[in-house]
Design a protein. Sequence first.
Length: 402
Amino acid sequence: MRIAIVGGGLAAAHAIEELRRLGHEDQVDLFCAEEHVPYNRPPLSKGVLLGKDDESSIFVHDEQWYVDNAVELHFGDEVTALDLEGKRIAVGSETFGYDQLLISTGAAPKRLADADQNAGSVAYLRTLEDSRALKAAFGPDRCVLIVGAGWIGLEVAAAARTAGSSVTVVESAELPLLRVLGPEVATIFAELHRSHGVDLRLGAGIESFKSDGSGTSAVRLEDEAEIEADLVVVGIGVTPNDGLAAAAGLEVDNGILVDERLRTLDPNVFAAGDVANHLHPVLGRRIRVEHWDTAIEQGKLAAHNLLGAEEPYSRLPYFFTDQYDLGMEYVGYVGSDGYDEVILRGDPRDQFTAFWLKGDQVLAGMHVNDWDAIDPIKAIVGSSVPPGRLRDQSVDLAAIAP
Ligand code: FAD
């Protein structure tokens, strides 16, 4: 049985590893639009951007591993069309057959047309090349303006400040990360960045970008403020790379629609990672998750189902970030219905845990700099606990976990 994987990122690498671990010996084809074997993206806005991690440490496996595991690598080859009926993949005029297909084409940064057209120097961050270019652009005497105070924007802000640049972050919401964390915890991230000298312009929209022709931009905010920047970094979210699947006739709506088992409408085609809009069996709703852990675990699970298993993907989302000396892990999902209460334990300026509850149901939990807490947090999230026990800081988290 010939298995093809379109999109050579994290989900792909882990799917292949699992296929071989499960004893699949037949041909595996991997189509990567990038000129690299699959790599981890989180260090691109952290260790690699800060110059702490060597670039070579980001690759899931080196090229030789794919050779040793008899993977047909199609590097720098963007798949241009899928023929689901004929079970063929087109790369320009060349075509390749498959029996089972995994689509893991990931996501691409949303563009800000006004910045692209009118600002001087504009950057986005998704690839190794993007990270290298940003790192080279940071340094003392540089003014960096970041549009968007989401995870990428804030991590880039931390790296730019650490490199000595002056940093302004413009965000239309009233707090950074407000939609994900809610005001109670988002405030902590705002304070963190302010304490490191970031000029946070919150609740602020951008009116216009203007270039002086030499790379410098004059950025005008809706409140009339003007900021000069040597570099504008846009971090306003990503769009799933689902156009190929849509053109092939698969159902697409904010990502490729897959069932609980990551299978598309076509029984021979699966999707995993950032591009998959998955029917989550525990949450009972569709979610598309843009996290490292989900890409890895969905890639692995897809391998099982490509080989005929019928396993549902039921893990809750898990996410981490590093900014300055703050390390955070978050598990769970707070949907559009929101939460009733956030319970904070510990010192918000140093080490703490936070839980988002609806009634006595714990929807999500996180810790900052309290690495031993993640196992009890994982045990607590998704269950019902007496909120009073969680509020009572004399009760150990491990004792609360059901
Ligand atoms: P990707 O890694 O995006 O890989 C998809 C690949 O498919 C790409 O190489 C793309 O070029 C290729 N492709 C697309 N279309 C085609 C085509 N037609 N033909 C061939 N190839 C194609 N997550 C966390 O949980 N924690 C973090 O701290 C964190 N930090 C991050 C920092 C950065 C800078 C970025 C960009 C992401 C970060 N993430 C983080 C998110 C995480 O990296 C992604 O969720 C993960 O990479 C998704 O993996 P994927 O395999 O679905 O897609």
